[in-house]
Write a protein that binds this ligand. Structure first.
Ligand code: MSP
Length: 635
């Protein structure tokens, strides 16, 4: 039997709710999976949550609940977000699922018994947030080369996976299979990385340091390293090792779609783990770029600036899905901006697709009581429209199969624009006035037919809107065999259509921007409206005295503020130049959030955030009454 098209997202850490970056991968994979489904393929689309390890343990501790309770709570949120975004996964794996934990232990036992996992003493520099050991030469000025944060020197007994043994095999595999790591730039990076000798991978954590993980089946004092456990989800979900028939039917994965932050784990550790277990590697690992805010990667802290539920409320879920897929060229980075989102939705959806739909349906309603007319013979211009439609369908298919989802939507837009042009040229309004009804029948039939084809081409990105277009055209939901649906002339004359409300009402930029920026009105996240005192305690607030302040170069809204926090001095970047001059601020004692991830704003590093109040366009910073020294904790 034919193997399904198997596509995955990463399994996401449950230390917080998903943000637009996570939503991006999931929406794109959902759309690709839908394209394959309507092409008649069997599809297995896997997503889920990565629940073990330090990050999750720390998030749970900060909320004063057990890690499992914490995960159960956040998994509900992930599922709710994905439902709200119309994600139709085939399976949602939790790395705490019993079958997964059992399978991870099985993999560990196999590798231990064959000698590919061994115990050794380990001395290294550990980065707690990244949960990674580094050698001294990896460090950049003593700090983690990945995140730039300080590392701690540690010596401990641990278990290691003999990755080095498989290095030559991996290089050979990558060289012989150009599609294995995509895009090519990432493939070259990995080949470059593999020029150095690979170290064996430390796959255990002593329980005394971290107990939240899968216990090693051969040593109960250790748990498994979170990445080793997480990567295995891609084979445990389709049934390895307990359900060999299901597993054989599904594996290998066609695509692991991941962000460019996790290429090494997927393109080096993962194929080697599989090779050692005697399992074929996935066919392809596709890494996409990041959504950025200003110069920084949208992450946990910045991601919250763009709350998904509020975006869905304001622009609609299909429009949001469309924007995410269309705006970012898949492998590259893209800057997220509300203005770009509104502009894109207004031009492609409100003006082009929405307008086309209502034009056709209104003309049908006013001239033919909403019934699809019987067309006369096609003239040259109808034949051209048909060719463009069938061409766009072919282009969309090609682009999706080549993992270029943004280009696929561009090709679908081309058909919409061509159909609008067709209406301009054939001018059905004049035909109606001049009572040239036969010609009008042909024009409206062909325009409606082009809209029907467009409803299929856009459906994977915007399933609800496209099913609505089809329902207004009096036809059923998108069929599962693309090829048949692309026969020209599928619409049956006499079918009843209906006009309906505008599909994509034009967004009023000013109004939407004001709503988006008004944080007070943001819909509460589905976690809970009230936060518990332990959640609040996660935020470290400290008094700081401003010792230096100057305008940021090339950014007239920003000030660079050097603040004395008692034990250290830090630079903050604050957008308050409109309300304060640097001279006014020097000497003031302010309240600083000190445990935010560092970010770069217009090229300037900000290590924390000052607190300020805002009302009626006025901003005032928070200070303390009376004298207290820098470094004093704010509770
Ligand atoms: N748990 C690991 C993955 C294990 S897979 C076996 C992990 N999780 S994560 O929650 O940090 O999610 C990482 C993924 O989220 C990225 O690889 C990417 O797919 C997506 N993104 C997170 N931030 C992103 C952007 N700013 N932009 C685009 N995608 C981003 O790593």
């Amino acid at each position: 039997m034919h193997k399904p098209f198997y596509i995955t997202t990463p399994i996401y850490y449950v230390n917080d709710n998903p943000h637009v970056g996570h939503a991006y991968t999931t929406v794109v994979v959902d759309a690709i999976a839908r394209y394959h489904r309507i092409a008649g393929e069997e599809v297995f689309f896997l997503t889920g949550t990565d629940e073990h390890g330090q990050k999750v343990a720390e998030a749970a501790a900060a909320s004063g609940i057990s890690p499992k309770e914490h995960c159960d709570r956040f998994v509900q949120n992930f599922k709710k977000f994905w439902d709200d975004l119309g994600i139709e996964y085939d399976h949602f794996i939790r790395s705490t699922d019993g079958y997964h934990e059992k399978a991870v232990k099985r993999a560990l036992l196999i590798l231990h018994e064959m000698g590919d996992i061994y115990q050794d003493e380990y001395k290294g520099w550990y980065c707690t947030p990244c949960e990674r050991f580094w050698t001294k030469k990896d460090l950049v000025e003593g700090s983690c080369p990945d995140c730039g944060r300080p590392t701690k020197e540690l010596t401990e007994k641990n278990y290691f996976f003999r990755m080095s043994k498989y290095q030559d095999w991996l290089v050979d595999h990558i060289e012989k299979n150009p599609e294995f790591i995509q895009p090519e730039s990432r493939r070259n990076e990995i080949l470059g990385f593999l020029k150095r000798k690979l170290n064996d991978l430390c796959i255990s954590r002593p329980k005394e340091r971290l107990s939240w993980g899968i216990e090693l089946p051969f040593d109960k004092d250790f748990v498994c390293y979170v990445w080793f456990d997480a990567l295995l989800n891609y084979i445990t979900a389709p049934g390895w090792p307990e359900h060999p028939a299901r597993f054989e039917h599904t594996w290998p994965a066609d695509y692991h779609v991941i962000g460019k932050d996790i290429v090494t784990t997927h393109a080096v550790y993962w194929p080697i783990m599989l090779k050692a277990l005697g399992i074929d590697p996935p066919k392809s690992i596709y890494s996409h770029g990041w959504w950025m805010i200003e110069e920084a990667k949208m992450g946990k802290s910045l991601g919250n600036a763009v709350p998904i539920p509020k975006l869905i409320d304001l622009v609609g879920r299909d429009a949001l899905r469309y924007f995410l897929i269309r705006e970012k060229v898949f492998p590259l980075d893209a800057k997220f901006s509300f203005e770009a989102m509104i502009g894109r939705i207004n031009s492609d959806l409100a003006n082009d697709l929405g307008n086309l739909t209502s034009r056709i349906l209104k003309l049908l309603s006013s001239n033919f009581r909403g019934l699809i007319p019987e067309p006369e013979d096609a003239t040259e211009i109808e034949l051209k429209l048909r060719d463009v439609a069938l061409d766009s369908a072919e282009k969309v298919r090609k682009e999706v199969w080549n993992m270029r989802p943004s280009k696929a939507l561009e090709a679908a837009c081309e058909l919409v624009r061509e159909t609008n042009r067709y209406l301009e040229k054939t001018s059905p309004w004049s035909l109606a006035k001049e009572e040239k009804f036969e010609r009008l029948e042909t024009v409206l039939y062909n325009a409606a037919e082009a809209l029907r084809v467009a409803s299929i081409l856009f459906w994977p990105a915007m399933p609800d809107a496209c099913d609505e277009i089809r329902s207004r055209l009096g036809i059923g939901k998108v069929p599962v065999r693309l090829d048949d649906a692309f026969e020209w002339g599928e619409l049956k004359p006499e079918t009843q259509t209906r006009v309906g409300e505008p599909l994509f009402p034009r967004l009023d930029e000013k109004k939407v921007l004001a709503e988006l920026r008004d944080k007070d009105k943001s819909r509460p996240s589905p976690v809970e409206d009230l936060i518990n005192i332990n959640d609040f305690a996660k935020v470290k607030l400290v008094l700081g005295k401003i010792v230096r302040c100057r305008p940021a170069p090339d950014a007239d809204k920003l000030l660079l503020i050097e603040v004395d926090l008692g034990e250290e001095k830090r630079q903050l970047v604050a957008g308050i130049a409109k309300w304060y001059s640097p001279e006014e601020l020097i000497g003031k004692t302010i309240v600083v959030v000190t445990n935010l991830e560092p970010v770069k704003i217009r090229g300037n590093e900000s290590r924390g955030m000052l607190l300020a109040a805002e009302a009626g366009g006025q901003v005032r910073i928070l200070t303390v009454e009376g004298e207290l020294p820098p470094g004093a904790k704010v509770r």
